[in-house]
Structure formats: C-alpha cells, structure tokens
Design a protein around this ligand. Structure first.
Ligand SMILES: O=C(O)CC1=CCC(=O)O1
Length: 265
C-alpha cells in the first residue's frame, strides 16, 4: 500500500493515502484507536465510485508520528483541517469510526463550513467517571504488560465471537495492527478519550449525520448511540445486527449498504 507522509504546520507528519478519481468530491476517513488507515480497505471500492478518498493514520498510530504528551480532540480535529489545507480541499464528506467518529463530531462542531455529510460509527460522546477509570486502567496495562496484552483483549470488543471463529485471518490481522501501534501514541490517544465531552454539544450539529452502531458493540453501546442520534438535529441512526465495535470490518456488507444509502452511492 502506498502511503505518503504529510508534514503539518505543527511539525507532526501524518501517513496518508489517496484513492479514486482525482477530480471527484473528497471524503476523509479517520481510524479508531489502535487501528490505521488499512481498517477502511473494505469500504474503498464502494467509496471510489463517487469520491476521491483521503485516509490517514491518526497521530500516534500506524505510519504517523507519535509526538509525546497527552492528545486532545482539539488536536485531532486540527490535524484533519491541516490535512485538508495541505491538499487544497475546501470541503469534504467525512467518515470516522470510534475515535475517528469522535474526531468527526469535533469537526462538525468547529468547522461546519468545511464539511458536508458525516458518517459517525461506533462512537461514544462523553466520558463518564467509569469510562475515565477504564482508560486509566488501560494506560497502566500498557505500561506494565505492553500493548500486546491490549491487542489480545481488544479483539473480543472489536468483533463478535462468530466473526472471530469464521475469520481467523482477519482477526489475526487486526491483532497485529493494534500490537504494531506505538505504545506511547496509544497512551497519548487514551488521554483524549478520557476527556471526551461532546454529548452536550451534539444539538448544535448542523450537518447531515448518519450514526452507525454494531448491535453488539460494547465499546459504544446502541442505547448510547440512539440517544446521540435523538439529540443531533436531523440525524439518522442505523444499527448493524451481529456486529461488534469495529462494525465496518465485522459486517462490511451491512455497513456499506447503510453508507451507500446515506451518501447516494
Ligand atoms: O478500544 C476500545 O475500548 C474502544 C475504542 C474506544 C475509542 C476507540 O477508537 O476504540
């Protein structure tokens, strides 16, 4: 896979990849925690029917730099806007999953003039005390036992038991992707998730939003996402049965069908 590193004005370089017709409208894809831009491979054939697809590795992930210190969503939002400016993209549609979707919420709120349709999958919108404590525990696990331990544990969250049994190769590829994430970059990203606080702002979103949620997603449970859709003006909510947290890999046909309908593909 050909990726290009783009240096942003703050000195951080992000790994990016472009697919699809050069003169087509742009959609930007943003990955979840522990993933990289390859997580979207199952969506590229569909999206390039209409779009120039710009995907990137979030800072701290994949082939992107992992600058030290806690990240925040303002930073992850600024990365996307800087990437758009670098490529001369005035306006784009957007799709993100989990941390990528949370980044999308920040973009929709801070830069509504730069975005059109937003697909926000498998995301929470606010960190409760229990959620903060979960991240503190995960940071400690990485420090004491390494990211390999977290990679193993994540598979049960990312995929249903049936998926893991039927797709051992895809499951192993996901384990390797997470385990290859820079441990410090992963920890820095956990700090952003620990401070997640968009729920109160969702009623201000003025863009068309499709929320997608795996029916068996324990990382961003359907009840929470249904509520997010209720408080986001005009938002749609589609649940993907028999999918875990990473619903686009878990059930690509159902995920793509919902995306195709929303984006008019
Ligand atoms: O790893 C998890 O617990 C689930 C998750 C939270 C944010 C993200 O991107 O994945």
């Amino acid at each position: 896979m050909t990726t290009t590193r783009v240096a942003l004005p703050d000195g951080v370089s992000l790994a990016t990849r472009l697919d699809g017709p050069e003169d087509a409208p742009v959609i930007i894809l943003s990955n979840s925690l522990g993933a990289n831009l390859a997580m979207w491979d199952g969506q590229i054939d569909l999206l390039t029917r209409k779009y120039r697809v710009l995907r990137y590795d979030q800072r701290g992930h994949g082939g992107s730099d992992a600058p030290p210190g806690a990240y925040g969503f303002d930073m992850l939002v600024a990365d996307v806007v800087a990437l758009m400016d670098h490529h001369g993209i005035e306006r784009a549609d957007f799709m993100g999953l989990s941390m990528g979707a949370m980044t999308g919420m920040g973009l929709a709120l801070a830069h509504p003039d730069r975005f059109g349709r937003m697909v926000l999958a498998d995301a929470k919108s606010v960190a409760t005390d229990a959620y903060k404590a979960m991240w503190d525990g995960r940071i400690e696990t990485i420090r004491t036992e390494g990211i390999g331990k977290v990679a193993e544990a994540s598979l049960g969250l990312w995929f249903t038991e049936d998926f893991r049994a039927a797709h051992p190769d895809a499951t192993e590829a996901a384990r390797r992707m997470i385990a290859a994430t820079d441990p410090d970059g992963y920890i820095s990203s956990c700090h952003a998730l620990r401070e997640l606080d968009y729920l109160k702002d969702l009623p201000r979103i003025a863009l068309p939003v499709l929320y997608l949620c795996g029916g068996e997603d324990k990382g961003a449970p359907p009840d929470e996402m249904r509520h997010m859709a209720e408080v986001t003006p005009g938002a749609r909510y589609v649940e993907i049965p028999a999918a875990g947290h990473v619903s686009n890999i878990n059930r690509p046909e159902a995920f793509n069908a919902a995306v195709a309908e929303f984006l008019g593909l």
